[in-house]
Design a protein around this ligand. Structure first.
Ligand code: SF4
Length: 218
């Protein structure tokens, strides 16, 4: 990662040419027309390639390293990830725009995003939020999840996709939104205090045991 004001990831070295990618922070994947226009304008100007990522973001890649500071300035946006081992993303479903939603969890997701995005934790962490038990966006593969149901909210923990896939465990269900937020806060507090450097939340839960983890949280 190129640090400082011009965060970018080295993507490829081909025939000695280094190209970089950047991912601006787009909370929940909801983007205004104006911001979208800004991104396409910058991509066009700097010969970028836009990729819609699985994390509800837009990656702009194929960029020259020297252009990155100008690009960030023209975008006027924050990078989605500033440091490794932080809360990298809060992914959310369209909830209030979906006929199946039991609660408009976009607000829940935005509150979580405001509170936890960029927070330092033992290992990279994702949060998932969904408006019904369909859990669109793969909430059960996220480290922390909040899902609305007819009877209240569920909070999940320990999900992971990738190298060592793990399905999240349901920590509590049938609580109101406020209580769900409190549980999420407790999960982060415990994980920050007891997780080992580089240890995913799911691995921490497996190390101490689900029962003990639940006892600590509840
Ligand atoms: S999780 Fe439920 S509310 Fe959200 S998009 Fe999927 S079906 Fe709709």
């Amino acid at each position: 990662m190129v640090s400082g004001a011009h965060h970018g990831n080295l993507q490829k070295i081909r025939n000695g040419r280094r190209t970089f990618g950047i991912t601006p922070h787009i909370p929940g994947g909801f983007i205004t027309i104006e911001t979208l226009e800004k991104i396409t304008k910058v991509a066009k100007k700097y010969n970028g390639v836009i990729k819609i990522t699985s994390g509800q973001r837009l990656l702009i890649t194929n960029l020259e390293g020297d252009d990155l500071p100008k690009i960030w300035e023209e975008l006027g946006m924050e990078p989605a990830v500033k440091k490794q081992n932080t809360v990298k993303n809060v992914e959310m479903c369209p909830a209030g725009y979906c006929k199946r939603s039991k609660f408009n969890t976009i607000g829940t997701g935005m509150k979580l995003s405001k509170k936890y995005q960029y927070m330092e934790v033992p290992c990279r962490t994702k949060i998932g939020v969904a408006g019904c038990r369909n859990a669109c966006g793969g909430v059960y593969s996220k480290d922390v999840g909040v899902i609305a149901d007819k009877t209240g909210f569920l909070v999940t923990a320990g999900g992971s996709a990738g190298h060592n896939p793990r399905m999240a465990d349901i920590i509590i269900q049938d609580v109101d939104e406020k209580e769900a937020m409190k549980i999420v806060d407790k999960i982060f507090g415990i994980y920050k205090e007891e997780g080992m450097p580089g240890e995913k939340l799911g691995d921490y839960i497996d190390r101490i045991g689900l029962k003990e983890f639940k006892d600590k949280v509840l």
